[in-house]
Design a protein around this ligand. Structure first.
Ligand code: C2E
Ligand code: MG
Ligand code: MG
Ligand code: MG
Length: 281
């Protein structure tokens, strides 16, 4: 195999990745070592009020820099971490790191700052999850109301029963929950109604398509209407242009995140970014 002759960076991004068992095994080995050797870290993407780009919080996103200095996208290594069980300790690391940074933001005077953390179904299934969550809050001294967990729509639909029960415990801590990538799964509306969530997150595919296709804008409008009907707030991800910001506002979506406002950034950068006046309005 030609690929194995080059132990460089490109192997991580080859299209075969994720299909070849040996490649996956190598990647997982690298991930495990990377985690142990502190090459995993968390970046933060600001979330803003769309009307004036005022920051309201941030989403925590995991990054892995390999020994060679390359970045492996989370879409490639998170599924591996999930299948191997490594996501349990990595997820705990992300949660603790994000709560620590949340405390920083609150201490800096950003009172209503909301930190959003992605969680996997495997974490929900793990019996220690609530203990991890409550101890992360306790150890950092942050209030649960400043924390939000993001679960994907497909995860919510795959095991609605389990998710329902965990959500009840999460709510008990004052922590809120958003359904991520909304519109990409096949939500049963009756299941959705059963889930005590606070927010729907419009997937960036629909934000992108909202301008170019009427199907895209119809889906965006539907998610916004659904949110309104179920009394949930709606946030849009992947906003890259001023036109998209305008259109989402017109459709009735008031919060968002995307490269138009800010890219994911390191903690110290986030702290500086928060000090700047809003770029719009
Ligand atoms: P997600 O939760 O839907 O996160 C949003 C993704 O959109 C992020 O990709 C972010 O960098 C990207 N993004 C934000 N604004 C824009 C934009 O304007 N344009 C474009 N093209 N992209 C934008 P990222 O960081 O590569 O993460 C990909 C996915 O990996 C996440 O999707 C999430 O499902 C997963 N992930 C990341 N960190 C974690 C984690 O700590 N735990 C778990 N379980 N999953 C994570
Ligand atoms: Mg997310
Ligand atoms: Mg998303
Ligand atoms: Mg997404």
């Amino acid at each position: 195999q030609a690929k194995s002759q080059h132990r460089g960076s490109s192997q991580y991004f080859s299209s075969a990745m994720g299909t070849d068992a040996r490649e996956r095994f190598k990647l997982l080995k690298g991930l495990r070592a990377g985690f142990e050797e502190n090459r995993l870290f968390v970046v933060y993407q600001p979330q803003v009020r769309l009307s004036d780009a005022k920051a309201i919080g941030a989403e925590a996103l995991l990054r892995w820099r390999t020994e060679e200095g390359n970045f492996v996208p989370p879409d490639q290594f998170i599924p591996l971490a999930e299948k191997s069980g490594l996501i349990i300790s990595i997820g705990e690391f992300v949660l603790r790191t994000s709560c620590h940074q949340l405390k920083r933001m609150l201490d800096l005077g950003h009172e209503d700052f909301r930190m959003c953390v992605n969680v996997s179904l495997a974490q929900f299934r793990h019996p220690g999850f609530m203990e991890v969550l409550t101890s992360a809050l306790r150890d950092t001294g942050v209030n649960g109301r400043n924390l939000e967990l993001e679960i994907t729509e497909s995860m919510a639909m795959e095991d609605t029963e389990l998710v329902m029960h965990i959500l009840a415990d999460i709510k008990h801590c004052g922590v809120s929950v958003a359904i991520d990538d909304f519109g990409t799964g096949f939500s049963s509306l009756s299941h959705l109604r059963q889930l005590d969530v606070d927010r729907l997150k419009i997937d960036r595919a629909f934000v992108r398509e909202a301008q170019t296709s009427s199907a895209g804008s119809t889906i965006a409008q539907m998610v916004i209407n659904l949110g309104r009907g179920l009394n949930l707030t709606v946030i849009a991800e992947g906003i890259e242009t001023e036109e998209q910001r305008q259109q989402l506002l017109e459709l009735g979506c008031h919060e968002g995140q995307g490269y138009l406002f800010a890219r994911p950034m390191q903690a110290d950068q986030l702290e500086r970014w928060m000090e700047q006046p809003a770029a719009l309005g």
